[in-house]
Every structure is written in structure tokens, then in C-alpha cells.
Ligand binder design. Structure first.
Ligand code: NDP
Length: 353
């Protein structure tokens, strides 16, 4: 499929979310036109304020319930590409269906609408997750786009409601991505579009969506906030700070990847891991304490034990991701951990947190 270049029109679902609003901004800055979807008029207000200067290159439509058949029928009309991000990013849930149903049926619903009403669509990009790739093993593992996280699905099938929230979320992302590939493989000869999936790990960085207090941060940045800014008030020990971690990407680099992926013909039909590398909470705390001039938050930054995270030769990273495909196809350059940390904390400082 040829790439989709500006001034093409791109549909971004869940446009008010932490990641999606950065995608909207990146697309508009590159000269794309954007149609966002949100669940209610109230959720469009902040977006409208932020992007009204783009005139008719920016619009928002309401899609109240993504699980309804035909929910996106009108939204897909006339767009050249779709970025589907809307999905529950919840690390706590009760019944697994709370996250699995909207993740899977929202994905199938948008593909179905594009099949029926999207003759202009050339590429659909789904924001999946490294959660659809990884499995937790007792020894360190490096995963690539060839891997699928069956483990979470098995745990949810066995434990249902009692499965940990993060495992239910991982299952929702795996099942949704599987449903997307299955749909595309079934209908690829009937459509003019191809499918690309982006798989990010933890996504951190400054928030530009409608956030008023720390507890309104999205799930991933709230986790970062709780470990990097307020660990002691959350009862987190120095040992946990040195050992708790995973892989991450800055939200602005992920947004850039969502734009680049539209323009690269060779991204069609690919899963692409977009990951900057590994982290331990202590690494971000060390970066926070070396910012110059220092960031002034409403209470002093924690210190933990300097260097006890990744620089410690005994540190183990159980999960790593091979990010070479993103480098090869997208040529992506990642911000440093120091930059992500400083920009995030300056954002919190400006908010008076
Ligand atoms: P946010 O919670 O900030 O945004 C989620 C978006 O999806 C919002 O627009 C939200 O709408 C919408 N949404 C959630 N549940 C539903 C539902 N049941 N029906 C319709 N819309 C819904 O999360 P992120 O920006 O962090 O996540 C965006 C995408 O990126 C998700 O697909 C997530 O799985 C994926 N991802 C996120 C990672 C991260 O670390 N943040 C890592 C890897 C992947 P509303 O505001 O109305 O609830």
C-alpha cells in the first residue's frame, strides 16, 4: 500500500486520551487533517480549545458506544487513514469482560465500519501493546514482534474475576490484536487498506489531555507519578524502587511513530514494537535529582539509593523488547530518559503539584 501523506485526513479514536491527544497534535503539526472521536460532547471541549486554530483541518465527532455494531460507520467516511487507540487502559477491573469486551468489539467495530463505509481508507493503525507480546518468565527474556502473550489469556480463562487486573488488561490487548489480524486476513482481498499494529510498552511523559489533579492522570503516568514523585507516601521501599520496572517509551516519540507509520509503505502488514528501553523506578528518580536547575514540586523529590537501579551490575531486567524493526522502518530516535523525566516534572511543576 502506498503511504498516506499530509494533507490526508486521519481518524483518531479516543482522541481525548493521554496518548491519542499527542497523536492528534503530531498529525496536525505535520499537516495532516484530523477527525477525532470521543464519547461525549464534554470530552471534546479540551481538544477544541487546544486545536481550534487548525480550522477545518481539525474536527471531533461523538461515538458514544464503540461496542455497538456500526458505531463508527459515519466517522470513517471520507478519511484516508485510521488510528484506533480507544480501549480501556485500566490496570484494575472486576469482571474480565469490563476490559476485554470494549477492547475486542471496539477493534472489530472500527474494522467493520471501514470495510463497509471506508473506500477512501488506505491504512488502519491499531495501538496495541507490548502486553500482547510479553510473557512473565522467572528468567530474563527478550521479545520481538514474532511473540504473542498467550499466558495472560490462559490465566484469565482459569481465574476469571480473580485474575490480577494487569493480567486482565494484558489479555484484553492480546485478544483485541488477534481479532484485528484475524479480521484483516479474512477481508484483505475486499478492502483497499492494509493494517499496521504498534506495540508500545509503558508510556510515560508529559500530559496534554484534560488532567487537573494527579489522580486524573492516565494509568501509566499515574504509576510513574506514584513511584517517582511520591513513593514514600505510597509505602514503597528503596528496594522496590531499585527492582520495580519494565520497558518504556516517551509519549511524544510514540505519537511520532503513529505519524511515521502512515507515511511508510513498508509498515503495512507489520506489528512494530516502539520501545526506548528498560527502566527501574530508581533510574527515573536519579534522573529527577540531577535536573538543573532543580524542579520545585509541592514536596521534595524522593532520593531512594542513587545508582541502585539499572547502573547496579546486579540489576535484572526480566523483560526486554527487540526494537530494531521500528528503527529500520520508521527511523525513530528516542528521547533520553533524562529528557522524559525533566519534561514530565516541569509539567507537574507548572501545575503546582
Ligand atoms: P487513556 O485512558 O488516557 O485513554 C483511553 C482512551 O480510550 C480514552 O479516549 C477513553 O475514553 C477510551 N476508552 C476507554 N475505555 C473505553 C470504552 N469502554 N469505550 C470507548 N472508549 C473507551 O489511555 P492511554 O492513552 O494510555 O491508552 C491509549 C491506548 O494505548 C489504549 O489502547 C491502551 O491500551 C494503549 N496502550 C497504552 C499504554 C500506556 O502505558 N499508557 C501502553 C501500551 C498501550 P474516555 O476518556 O471516554 O474513557
Amino acid at each position: 500500500m502506498p503511504g498516506v501523506a499530509p494533507p490526508s485526513r486521519v481518524l483518531v479514536t479516543g482522541a481525548n486520551g493521554f496518548i491519542a491527544i499527542h497523536i492528534v497534535r503530531n498529525l496536525l503539526e505535520r499537516g495532516f487533517a484530523v477527525r477525532g472521536t470521543v464519547r461525549s460532547k464534554a470530552k471534546a471541549r479540551h481538544l477544541d480549545q487546544m486545536f481550534s486554530s487548525y480550522g477545518d483541518k481539525y474536527e471531533v465527532v461523538i461515538v458514544e458506544d464503540v461496542t455497538k455494531e456500526g458505531a463508527f460507520d459515519d466517522a470513517v467516511k471520507g478519511v484516508d487513514a485510521i488510528e484506533h487507540t480507544a480501549s480501556p487502559c485500566q490496570l484494575e477491573s472486576d469482571h474480565p469482560d469490563e476490559v476485554i469486551v470494549p477492547a475486542v468489539s471496539g477493534t472489530v467495530s472500527i474494522l467493520q465500519s471501514a470495510l463497509k463505509h471506508g473506500p477512501s481508507v488506505k491504512r488502519i493503525v491499531i495501538t496495541s501493546s507490548c502486553a500482547a507480546i510479553l510473557e512473565i518468565n522467572p528468567t530474563p527474556s527478550t521479545f520481538s514482534e514474532a511473540d504473542w502473550g498467550e499466558q495472560a489469556i490462559n490465566v484469565v480463562n482459569a481465574q476469571g474475576r480473580d485474575a490480577p487486573g494487569l493480567v486482565k488488561y494484558r489479555a484484553s490487548k492480546t485478544l483485541a490484536e488477534k481479532a484485528a489480524w484475524e479480521f484483516w486476513n479474512k477481508h484483505r482481498d475486499e478492502v483497499a487498506w492494509d493494517l499496521t499494529v504498534i506495540n508500545p510498552p509503558w508510556v510515560f511523559g508529559p500530559s496534554i489531555h484534560d488532567v487537573t489533579t494527579p489522580d486524573t492522570l492516565n494509568a501509566s503516568t499515574l504509576t510513574w507519578y506514584n513511584y517517582v514523585v511520591h513513593p514514600t507516601s505510597n509505602g514503597v521501599t528503596d528496594e522496590t524502587l531499585a527492582t520495580l520496572g519494565g520497558c518504556y517509551v516517551d509519549v511524544r516519540d510514540l505519537a511520532e511513530a503513529h505519524s511515521l507509520v502512515l507515511e511508510k509503505p513498508e509498515a503495512g502488514g507489520e506489528r512494530i514494537i516502539v520501545s526506548a528501553g528498560t527502566w527501574k523506578a530508581q533510574d527515573f528518580i536519579d534522573a529527577a535529582n540531577t535536573i538543573n536547575p532543580p524542579v520545585r514540586l509541592s514536596q521534595p523529590l524522593p532520593r531512594g539509593v542513587f545508582g541502585a537501579g539499572s547502573p547496579n551490575p546486579a540489576t535484572v531486567h526480566l523483560l526486554q523488547f527487540d526494537n530494531s524493526k521500528a528503527g529500520r522502518i520508521l527511523g525513530i530516535k528516542y528521547r533520553t530518559m533524562a529528557k522524559t523525566t525533566e519534561d514530565t516534572l516541569r509539567d507537574y511543576e507548572a501545575r503546582g503539584w
